[in-house]
Structure formats: C-alpha cells, structure tokens
Design a protein around this ligand. Sequence first.
Ligand code: BES
Ligand code: MN
Ligand code: MN
Length: 463
Amino acid sequence: MENIKAYVDTHKERFLDELIQLLKLPSVSADPAFSQDVLNTAEKVKDALLDAGCDHAEVCETPGYPIVFAEKIIDTSLPTVLVYGHYDVQPPDPVDLWNSPPFEPVVKTTDIHPEGAIFARGACDDKGQMYMHVKAMEFMTETGQLPCNVKFMIEGEEEVGSESLEWFVKNNKEKLANDVILISDTGMIAKDVPSITTGLRGLTYVEVEVTGPNRDLHSGLYGGAVANPINILSKMIASLHDENNHITIPGFYDKVVELSREEREEMAKAPFSLDSYRNALGIKDVYGEKGYTTNERNSIRPTLDVNGIWGGYTGEGAKTVIPGKAYAKISMRLVPHQEWQEIADLFQAHFESLAPEGVTVKVKPHHGGYPYVTPIDSDGYQAASKAYEETFGKTPIPQRSGGSIPIVSLFEKELKSKTVLMGFGLDSDAIHSPNEHFGLWNFYKGIETIPWFYHYFTEQKKS
Ligand code: BES
Ligand code: MN
Ligand code: MN
C-alpha cells in the first residue's frame, strides 16, 4: 500500500471529476419527482464499480429503489470485506439558501478547507464518502494489491429508512456473507483529530395530526370559544420536555442504561471547544438535558425534536383564521436497549392522552431504527485504527455519534458481522443542510486510508 499516496496524487483531478459527475444526478429518494434520477444514479454507481475492477456488478431490483451489488472474489479462503454506502441524497430544500445550485457541484475554499471543498447535495452524505471506497478499490486492483475479497452493497433508500434494504439483506444472506462491514457515512472530530465512530443512535419518527372544528373558522367570531389546533399542538409539544429538558413520556427512559463515571470521563477526553461549537452555529449558548455535557447530549442520551410543524395560514399578509387542523413531524433519537416500536407506542399513548376534549389527535408512526454500539477490541476496529495511524500519524479516538444508520444493527443481527464506521466528514460539512460540502483533503485522505484497512484486516485474519 506504500504507493497509495502517489496514486491519489497522480489521479486526483480525475477522481474529483468523476465525483462531480455523480453529484450532478439529483438522486433524492424522498421525492417521487426524482425517481428516474435515482434509478440513473444506481446505473452509474454500477458502472463505476465495474471500472474500479469488480468482476461482477448488478443493479438488484427491490420493492423500492434498487441496490447496487458488486464483488471481486480473489480467493475464498481469504476474508471478505463488505462495503456499504448509499447513493440517494436528502432533498436540497430550502433551495434558495444555497449559494450555488445543489446539483451543480462547485469547488470553493473555506476556512476549514483551504485546499477546497466540493459543494453539492450528497457531497459528503454519502456520495463523496461512498466514492472514496470505489477509488480505493481502483487503486488496489490497478496496482495488484487487493489483499482479500470485496463486496459492495450501495443502496438508494437510506435517507428514507432503508426499507428495501431490510428485505434485501434478509433474502440474500449467502450473497452478502462477509467477515466485516465497512462504512464511510459518518464523521470525524477534526482534520487533525481522526476518530472512528463506535456508536449510532436509533430513531423513532412519527407524524401527528390535531383536528379541531370541522372547517377553518373566523378567528374573531369563534376565537376564545373553540380549541385552536395549533395552540393545542404547541402546548402538547411543549409539555414533552420538563424544566430540566428531560422527556416526559412515561416509560421513555426505562431501558436507557446510564454510562459509568469511567466511561463518561473517557468520553470527556476527546478534544472539544464549547466556544467554537457555539460560534460555528451562531448561538449564544447551548441548550439541553440537565446533568449532561454537550457531547453527551448529542450522542449517549435519547432526545425528542420537532422536525416540522404546519397548519393555518402561512401565506403573504394576514388572514384571521382558526385552522381546522395542525400537524407536526417529530423524531426521537434512541440509545442502546430502547426499542423503536415500543417508543413509538409509548409516544402515541402519551400524546393522545394529552389532548383536551375539544380536539382529536392522530399519531402516525413512520420508520424507525435500532441504535448501535460496537466494542473497540474487534479485529475490524483494530485494523481501522492501524490504518488511521498509517495515514494520519495518530491513533484515532473512538467516538459515539448522534446520527443514525438504522441498517447497521440489522447487519449484525442478520449477517452476524461487526461494522466498522470509518467516516471522513466534518460536522461543519452541513449534511442535510443548504451548502453541503466535502473537503477535498478529506476525500483524498479517505481514499488513502481505506486500502490500509484492507491490508491490516487481512493480516490480522491470517495470523
Ligand atoms: N450519514 C447519515 C447518518 C450520520 C451522519 C451518522 C453523521 C453519523 C454521523 C445518514 O445518511 C442519515 O442521515 N441518517 C438519518 C436516518 C435515516 C433513517 C433517515 C439520520 O440520522 O437522520
Ligand atoms: Mn448518510
Ligand atoms: Mn443522511
């Protein structure tokens, strides 16, 4: 793997160019208007995997968007790495807050990325990170250094709950058999502070609907006499946290395991500046559950957030009206041992109980997912750690992330293998936000680090 640096250097322009082509396709899985683009993206990923040296690649049909599967089996007695990633992206909205169109990638420098960063929806989450694996594969096959077998499984519904992937995994266990799963769909602490993600939160997502009178009413003639669904919904939502910002749903914390003092002390060693955190977000102060630090609040603690709320008149000017209905989308991030269906049930029972007689409440559960925590003494983690030492000259810090990749716990259950989360994004990359970007330095560093993982993982399995 010694010549990986030189290989990246020689081909970096082409790598970037190829990624730009991929980012031009608006593969928004949430919006049916983009379905043809999603399908085209799957084809493009398949072609890229063949070009990178896979012996076989296919676009596998599912009840939803297809899954791209590819492989190169060099010797069945050698270990097999299964790479997972996703080619779908979040909707670009709100589009007018982008400085350049979301699907017309441009390279610009930022304070954090003086080498340049590529701005486009999906640049970091996850096309850019997924493509690092395709190019690492190219390097290993082109230079005859692929040390083991490789499989790729790149899906198109991650951003909408990976429903088809669950079906695919359950029905293709043999095809997907592997010794370790490798994913780059998370972040790291900073460019000079490499880290490996050891935990992901679970998720319960629900939509609520509050119905009041059978039509929108004049807010003067009826105001004060009937329940206003927006007023009521706001009250109900506000009551879901107490004065210490604990969640008030009965039973919500029952299965949550408190971390030991040692574990919390270990976590607190990771470099973190509250000042930079506040500055980066443009806020005067942080806010959250009493008794926990910012890094604990956003990783080891469960949370509840409203993602969207609507109803009534939101157009130009003023309209005096009591709306007939109000709606909200609410997500809960979960930590180990919380079961997402159970939390959905607890939420529903509690939320319905909050409603006064003047309204009716409907709770519609969406998708969910299990949390994941992985030990650092596994072969996979150790191989990844050595890989970072090789290219960053530092031992990476294990870090639990607040985000979710629900499919990871399913992999462990169905395929019985551990997942290694080698993410190269930064918190400042603005994933899911306007002006998402991915540092070119991070992109190339990822391509450089990945082959070392294959090297050390194979070495460990042989010994
Ligand atoms: N790649 C993210 C998850 C992520 C990002 C984990 C950064 C850790 C660090 C993934 O694409 C994502 O956005 N997942 C969704 C969940 C899904 C069910 C919609 C999420 O976390 O909101
Ligand atoms: Mn992702
Ligand atoms: Mn995402």
